[in-house]
Write a protein that binds this ligand. Sequence first.
Ligand SMILES: [Zn+2]
Length: 727
Amino acid sequence: MTDRADAVTAAVAAATLTAALAVAPAALAAAAAEAASPIPAEAIAAAERDLLAAHGEAEGERIRRGAAQVARYWRTGDGDAEAYHAFVTAEFVPRGDALDALFARFEFALERVDGYLLSLRRDLRRATDLDLGPLLPIDRRLAAWSPGAHVDDDLFGNKIAFVALLNFPVTTLDERLEHGAGWSRREWAETRLAGRFTERIPAEVSQRITAAFAAADTYISEYNVWMHHLLTEDGRRLFPEGLRLISHWGLRDELKARYADPEGLPRQRMIATVFDRIVRQQIPAAVIDEPRLDWTPATDEVTRSEVVDYDPAAVPGPAPAPSAEREPDARFAHWRATYRALREADAYSPENPTFVDRRFNVDREIPEDEVRALFEAVLGSPLGPRVAELVVSRLGRPLEPFDIWYVGFRPRGAFSEEELDALTRERYPTADAFAADLPRILGDLGFPPEKARFLAERIVVDPSRGAGHAMGAARRDDEAHLRTRVGAGGMDYKGYNIAVHELGHNVEQVFSTTAIDHTLLQGVPNTAFTEALAFVFQGRDLELLGLAGGDPEAEHWKALDTFWSTREIAGVALVDMAVWRWLYEHPEASPAELRAAVVEIAREVWNRWYADIFGVRDVPLLAVYSHMIDGAMYTPDYPLGHLIAFQVEEHFETADAPLGVEFERVALLGRLTPDAWMRRAVGAPLSAEPLLAATARALAAVGAAGDGGGEDSAAAGTANQAAGAAR
Ligand SMILES: [Zn+2]
């Protein structure tokens, strides 16, 4: 209903005003006082005067900036105003050889510190990460130990951080976006150096944040639904025995897999009803992770179950009474607890004084407004209704809200999983066999022979205990590690597909530690870029096996699939973002008030961007994502990741230079802002346009012919789909 949406908008506007006028809660005020600098303005002015007398007005701007930066992070425990004065006047370094030498010392020292800590952590995790025989209890403790956890505290304690803050510039995201294009590499490296020290969060605040997330994480990881114990209104069980699915992703993946099931529709509808009950917290508390009760989601009736499809030893204690009493807003109590814990850090982050600021300005380095505009460009595109029509024609029925998760565009692989397994097992009986093939693989990807050798020498292939991962290096003289799972019969196709993905990470890591000009710029702007580069490798895994690309229409189906899933997750992200704004505007809200706000915000986003296409209003489904509860506004990274990956992959498809040459060039750009990186890498700003243009081309190419009579190739496990599975 629009009146509801309007009411929320009005309430939000009013709340912004009251929040601005409200007195800060006592705890926050105390934290702010503790975090406030003890250095009075006159002490800063005195230090500036003495430094100007010593170094002249030519250094005036650096002196004023440095003295203020140090004062901003100085705490009573660092010394009194006199100690501040002595430190600032003694450690300021004027431009020229002396500053160059100081910069070089910092760059080298931090590369060593971070590099050794990373390799130390890798060594401590050796037994848990690698397939080296049975685990000992000590292995878990060693793996959990993080010897670097207190490094930044130490760097403030020994005033090394203050030397950086005194001599190098802290910049805001606005400054980086406005002036970064004209900066030298050294200037970028200096801003990264000082930027490392723009938060000084006390250990007890960090511990409370960690505790809030640990509690939320436990809550989510135990939020399972026993599917065989869901009943239709006429008492039928639609799901197999023993199936226990975690909310939301286990349930959602089951819903997606049911597109391939001719009898899937009632099952999908039932999962959608379960989601609705979870979001509104109408789900009976007793049925969560409880196989001894049956639940009819449509009526919320709960009864004792007669079916034993579980191991009784795994479900200890007395069976709960069959009660329909709803879950008492636990979901929203956890969300609120993470907000309250993160808010405690606000006072210690003067450059970015809210968690929303830190998520966008520090973690993502894309302004919140720009992120919203990118998502709205996808959601508001006139391609949405046209792709929806194609979905309708392929499904042979009108859309239902859960069709935001339609996966029928994903192409079937041209080769069966068995054929591919046989091929990779023969070629790679051991991890060493894969290692020996690295120079050939890299050569086939277009790296010149000497570069392929250089890379292969710096990548160690280890047999992994889990699915496989890339563990990079951060020292120039360390090696990157590719962890891959090789079974007794050799490497199966899935393991190979993941290994090629991880190899992409490793190659980026080697370039960015051993070949980059400034190690302070190691890496890429954020994890979405890391993944985009790994997908560039992974997408070529069949070619590397000598199997030429099959379906000429594959790129069109891929564009449609990416468009539809980006359209889905962009709405989820907008809900998540709006809720965090609401939390800051309602700092005292109860869990019940938060629940009401989340449901209204989710409906509002639905009504604006989905209702017309799906023909139904007021659906709160977008708020079901569990990562909203334990991820602290992580969900926007998914649609950003889709857009970034699409733009980067398209660049590699169309670039003139060989992939290897082009990959090295972009891997050496390092950790600029996403915007600066994208402009230098692909010659255009971060944009939804490449995805939208490809979607339009796809509609033109397959749209007319896309009436495959409800042909839904959603079957899980097809070869090309594994591409989406690796992380
Ligand atoms: Zn990855």
